[in-house]
Design a protein around this ligand. Structure first.
Ligand SMILES: Nc1ncnc2c1ncn2[C@@H]1O[C@H](COP(=O)(O)OP(=O)(O)O)[C@@H](O)[C@H]1O
Ligand SMILES: [Mg+2]
Length: 278
């Protein structure tokens, strides 16, 4: 059974003069919009700069007030100190999509990953909670902007409102995951940075490859994800002065040949050693 009301809202507000955020929740048709409206009007009458805002995707403040308050803070006609605002989720969602796209692009670039951002944007924004999370972001922005003395929220029916309020937990999980991935990306980047510093040396080496006259054995795995197999023809073209050249292509092997193909690597060294002097 519902708890009996012991304190009137007027007494509650008097006892909590610093109250800043009031949420009206509950299932459809219980009187959230009407209660939020009269509460906001009463608070404005007390001289507080008041914002009556709707986070319900199905808005009804415009209907309640008989004036269009969709998408912008609108002074309520005939009520000093009162503004009303129906949050426009379409704008928020578009803005969030742009932001998410930028963040993902930045992240992929940062981690040196060449995948297209669109696939990630799609999966991030097709999420059924996306509209709620966009709404949550907008609501939090509103609260932090600090433009009003008091905020009265007309929320969507219970499940949505509770999900909105519980969203901060989801957000911190997401932020922590992003931070962790960023750490991992940073360590990869450091490893890459060490190699990238060698680029001028490699460029200086290229024209001198023809000057190598000793026998050359090239051993390369076709599934090398770090150094492309295409380096083999590059070397064959450049090392024109080699006394002899042997290419050992290791099908389906990756970059780590000394560990996974020790006998082939030994055989190649053996061959080069027997093939003659430089
Ligand atoms: N205190 C109340 N006394 C009588 N009728 C009310 C009261 N509060 C709301 N209503 C009526 O109940 C209906 C639903 O109210 P509304 O505020 O739109 O609910 P909700 O926003 O929770 O869906 C409306 O027709 C409204 O006029
Ligand atoms: Mg309503």
């Amino acid at each position: 059974m519902a708890k009996e009301i012991e304190t009137s809202m007027r007494d509650y507000f008097t006892a909590h003069p610093n109250l800043r955020f009031i949420f009206f929740g509950g299932k459809g048709g219980v009187g959230k919009t009407v209660s939020a409206g009269v509460t906001a009007q009463w608070l404005a009458g007390q001289g507080k700069r008041t914002l009556l805002a709707s986070t319900n995707p199905v808005h009804s403040l415009s209907g309640l007030l008989s004036q269009d308050v969709f998408g912008k803070h609108t002074p309520v006609t005939g009520v000093p100190n009162l503004w009303a605002y129906e949050i426009d989720t379409k704008d928020t969602i578009e803005r969030s999509k742009v932001e998410i796209r930028e963040k993902i692009q930045w992240f992929l670039k940062f981690a040196d990953i060449t995948t297209k951002a669109e696939d990630f944007v799609e999966s991030a924004t097709m999420n059924p909670a996306f509209e709620e999370s966009a709404m949550f972001e907008n609501m939090i922005d509103l609260m932090f902007k600090d433009e009003y003395d008091i905020y009265v929220f007309d929320t969507a029916p219970t499940a949505n409102a509770r999900r909105l309020l519980g969203m901060s937990k989801v957000y911190s999980l997401w932020v922590n995951k992003m931070l962790k991935s960023r750490e991992e990306a940073r360590s990869l980047r450091n490893a890459n940075a060490e190699l990238m510093a060698l680029e001028p040396q490699l460029a200086a080496l290229a024209p001198r490859l023809a000057g190598i006259t000793c026998p050359v054995a090239i051993v390369h795995g076709t599934k090398d994800g770090l150094v492309p197999y295409g380096n083999v023809p590059f070397m064959q073209q450049r090392m024109t002065g080699a006394a002899r050249m042997e290419v050992m292509t290791l099908a389906d092997r990756n970059h780590f040949l000394p560990w996974n193909s020790m006998s082939e690597v030994r055989a190649a060294i053996d061959w080069a050693a027997r093939a003659g002097q430089c």
